[in-house]
Ligand binder design. Structure first.
Ligand SMILES: NC(=O)c1ccc[n+]([C@@H]2O[C@H](COP(=O)([O-])OP(=O)(O)OC[C@H]3O[C@@H](n4cnc5c(N)ncnc54)[C@H](O)[C@@H]3O)[C@@H](O)[C@H]2O)c1
Ligand SMILES: [Zn+2]
Length: 363
């Protein structure tokens, strides 16, 4: 097993990665003082949850488990309220530990509940999708959606341990693997040319879950994410903002298609293609490098953008983006593979042109 230590101002935590780490979950939990646990998980993971239940029993922890039908819809204030109710009825106290066993949705909800229940209880992340393993399970961003936008209500609440076991990915639909791959390629494009080239060469091996390649790539991504989080825990210095590459338009595409059509990483892949072109139009990126990126990203299997999506609608959505400051959208753009620039003066005409470039037409 490999360990990544996230050293923050007020807390430290370990991320464990490796095949079979979940099978040894008891070993990791024995470091925690025994107590009460509340597990939030996904009905699709009932079988896998038994391993955690058995480990907790062996360590004499008291626990309750709550399974939900995980979907973006559960990132809602109503669901969170219902979970507070479950916790209160189970007499959960400030020492209770919340477990998030599931994908990014479960992690965001469980982390948010843990961050707010009795002003904050500890939580342990056990991410089961590729996207959650390389991205959402670490960094402490937790939250839910509002009808006016995604992830608009939330708190920073760091987990006290994260366990990333690639064996979970065996039951994951291929589309979810592509979605996770989108975030992995993002780390390559913004930070690490070698990682980008490795992913370009071996993305099909990751799709087939080649154990060595997949594990190595997950570990590289986690190291990047951990490094950024350590330097800019609360997303204040601008460093963490680079992780938003491809997300400005990606979020707009997700919102415009009602969050049901694209997987998050698919929308990010499209957003990164548009942002790469925008990097050329804004004078930061050389066209040859753009063609290289487009050649790879454009070859990945991502659903076509529905014809009903219009550039003007996407433009309107950009104003709702969390990253918009005083109505001006800031774009993370590329200077090269592995190098970014934050551009506050992107021209609307160029944004529209880059949206057209990924196949969005006006009706
Ligand atoms: N907090 C953050 O920093 C952060 C970062 C990125 C994304 N997110 C959030 O993460 C969410 C997306 O996460 P996701 O892509 O993991 O999606 P998800 O949690 O919806 O999971 C995707 C699907 O896979 C299923 N699933 C989960 N694990 C499985 C397994 N091992 N085998 C089979 N099926 C499994 C789920 O039931 C679901 O249908 C979004 O809500 C996004 O906003 C948060
Ligand atoms: Zn993302």
């Amino acid at each position: 097993m490999k360990k990544i230590l996230v050293q923050l101002k007020n807390s430290n935590y370990e991320i464990w990665t490796g095949r079979g780490s979940f099978g040894q979950v008891g070993k990791y939990l024995s470091k925690e003082p025994p107590g009460k646990a509340f597990i939030l998980s996904d009905v699709r993971l009932k079988k896998q949850a038994k391993t955690l239940e058995a480990a907790l029993r062996k360590l004499n922890w008291e626990f309750e488990i709550f399974f939900v039908y995980s979907s973006e819809n559960i990132k809602s204030i109503d669901k969170v309220y219902a979970i507070y109710g479950k916790l209160l009825k189970a007499n959960a106290d400030r020492k209770t530990v919340m477990f998030a066993l599931g994908g990014g949705v479960i992690g965001d909800v469980a982390g948010f509940v843990a961050g707010t229940y009795m002003r904050g209880i500890r939580w342990i992340g056990i991410p089961t999708t590729l996207l959650a393993q390389v991205d959402s399970s670490i960094g402490g961003k937790t939250g839910i959606n509002h009808e006016l936008g995604k992830n608009l209500i939330g708190v920073f609440h760091q987990p006290s341990q994260v366990l990333c076991d690639p064996l979970f990915l065996k039951s994951l639909p291929r589309r979810e693997i592509i979605s996770g791959l989108g975030e992995m390629i993002k780390y390559g494009l913004i930070f690490d040319r070698r990682l980008y080239l490795a992913l370009k060469k071996s993305w099909k091996d990751i799709l087939d879950l080649n154990p060595f390649i997949t594990e190595k790539a997950i570990h590289s991504c986690l190291k990047w994410k951990a490094q950024v989080v350590v330097q800019d825990e609360k997303d204040r210095s601008g460093l963490r903002e680079v992780l938003n590459f491809g997300h400005t338009l990606g979020h707009a595409l997700e919102a415009e298609t009602g969050y049901q059509y694209f997987r998050h990483g698919e929308a990010v892949l499209l957003g990164m293609r548009a942002a790469s072109y925008l990097s050329v139009l804004s004078g930061h990126l050389n066209e040859t490098v753009y063609e290289e990126i487009e050649g790879f990203l454009g070859s990945l299997p991502v659903p076509a953008i529905p014809k009903s999506v219009q550039a003007s609608h996407l433009m309107r959505r950009l104003k709702w983006d969390k990253k918009a400051v005083n109505g001006t959208v800031r774009f993370v753009l590329l200077k090269g593979i592995g190098r970014t620039v934050l551009d506050r003066n992107v021209s609307p005409a160029n944004i529209i042109e880059s949206i057209h470039k990924i196949g969005v037409r006006e009706l």
